[in-house]
Design a protein around this ligand. Structure first.
Ligand SMILES: Nc1nc2c(c(=O)[nH]1)N[C@H]1C(S)=C(S)[C@@H](COP(=O)(O)O)O[C@H]1N2
Ligand SMILES: [Mo]
Length: 316
C-alpha cells in the first residue's frame, strides 16, 4: 500500500511567498536541499512515497515508488472548511483575505512544568519540514497536501507535560471583526479540538505553518494549524491560539454540535459509517473516479497500535 509520509527539512527563512509552486523538486532545489531529501528517502524507504510530478524529475535521484498526485494549490486554497468564516467552501478564501494573522501568539499551558506563550516568530524557529499528507474530510472528499511544519511533540516537550496530563485541547481564534459566521449561534464557538496525549506526541502529528513551500494561506488556517493525517479533517483545527494540557477528555466543537455523528477519536475508518453516509470511499478533489478509503487514512502501520484493544465502532 502506498504511504504518503514524506519529511524534508526546510529552513523557515527560506520559505518565500512565491506565487506558484511549480513542483516539489524545484522547490527543494531552490531550498538547496534536494540532497537532504534524497537521504531521507533512502533512510525511510518504507514510509515514503514520491509525489514527484511526472513532468519534472530532470535531475537528482528519482524515487521508484507509485505516485499520488498532489492536489493543485488552487484547489487546496479555494475549497475550504472554515466555519468561522462561512459554511460555503468556495467563499472562505475571499472572506478570509484580510484576516489579520500578525501579531500572533499561541499559549501553551495547563498541566505542564513550563507553561509558555510562543510568538509566531518563536514557533517558526522550530525546525520546519515538508510533510506530504493525505487529508480526508468527514464529508468523503480528500486531498494530498504538501504541508510545511514541525512535529507537535517538539513544542510539547518544551513545556514538559506533567504525569497528570492525559489529553491536549486545541482552541482556535475568535475574531468576530473578521469572521462573519461567529454570529451564527447554532455553533459552540470557539472551535475546539482534542487529542489523547499519545496521539498528540505521535511524530505524524504536526503544527503546519505553510503549504506548497509558502506561508499558510489564511483560508487554510494561518498562521499555524494542527494537522493529524489519520483523523478526519475536522480534527485539524486552524489558526490556533491555545494549546492546553488537561487531565480529562475535552469537549470538541463537532462532538458538541452533533454527538451522535462525531466522536472524540474521529479516526478515518472505512468500516464505521457516519450515521447519514458511508465512509468506505472518497472523492479525491480533481479526480472523477471515487477511491476506497484506507484504514487510518493509509497510516495504519504508524498509528494502529495506539488503539489496540479498543472497539473503534464504540470509540469512533
Ligand atoms: N478553526 C477551524 N478549523 C477547522 C475547520 C473549521 O471550520 N474551523 N474545519 C475543519 C475541517 S472540517 C477540515 S476538512 C479542515 C480543512 O482544511 P483545509 O481547508 O486547509 O483543507 O480544516 C478543519 N479545521
Ligand atoms: Mo472536514
Amino acid at each position: 500500500m502506498v504511504k504518503i509520509y514524506q519529511s524534508v527539512p526546510v529552513q523557515t527563512s527560506e520559505i518565500t511567498p512565491e506565487q506558484h509552486y511549480r513542483s516539489r523538486r524545484q522547490f527543494l532545489k531552490a531550498m538547496g536541499i534536494v540532497g537532504a531529501g534524497a537521504a531521507i528517502v533512502a533512510a525511510c524507504a518504507p514510509l515514503i512515497n514520491s509525489t514527484e510530478q511526472p513532468e519534472v524529475g530532470v535531475d537528482g535521484p528519482t524515487v521508484a515508488a507509485p505516485v499520488e498526485t498532489l492536489t493543485p494549490f488552487e484547489a487546496i486554497t479555494n475549497y475550504n472548511n472554515y466555519y468561522e468564516f462561512s459554511l460555503d467552501k468556495e467563499s472562505v478564501a475571499v472572506l478570509a483575505k484580510d484576516f489579520p494573522t500578525s501579531p500572533w501568539q499561541v499559549k501553551v499551558y495547563g498541566l505542564v512544568n513550563k507553561p509558555k506563550t510562543f510568538s509566531i516568530e518563536e514557533l517558526l524557529q522550530f525546525p520546519q519540514e515538508e510533510r506530504i499528507y493525505r487529508l480526508r474530510c468527514v464529508e468523503a472528499w480528500s486531498m494530498v497536501i504538501p504541508w510545511v511544519g514541525f512535529p507537535l511533540h517538539l513544542l510539547l516537550s518544551e513545556v514538559e507535560p506533567l504525569p497528570s496530563a492525559k489529553f491536549v485541547r486545541f482552541e482556535t481564534v475568535q475574531d468576530s471583526d473578521h469572521m462573519p459566521n461567529l454570529r451564527n449561534r447554532r455553533f459552540p464557538w470557539p472551535y475546539q479540538e482534542g487529542l489523547r496525549l499519545d496521539e498528540a506526541m505521535h511524530d505524524l502529528t504536526i503544527l503546519a505553518t505553510g503549504l506548497y513551500g509558502q506561508p499558510l494561506p489564511n483560508q487554510d488556517g494561518a498562521p499555524i494549524r494542527l494537522v493529524v493525517p489519520w483523523k478526519y479533517g475536522f480534527k485539524s483545527s486552524k489558526s490556533l491560539i491555545k494549546i492546553e494540557l488537561v487531565a480529562d477528555q475535552p469537549d470538541t466543537f463537532w462532538s458538541t454540535t452533533a454527538p451522535d455523528e462525531y466522536g472524540f477519536y474521529s479516526n478515518v475508518n472505512p468500516e464505521v459509517s457516519h450515521p447519514r453516509w458511508s465512509q468506505a470511499s472518497e472523492r479525491r478533489i480533481g479526480e472523477s473516479e471515487r477511491r476506497p478509503t484506507l484504514m487510518f487514512n493509509g497510516y495504519a502501520e504508524e498509528v494502529a497500535s495506539l488503539y489496540e484493544g479498543m472497539d473503534l465502532s464504540v470509540y469512533f
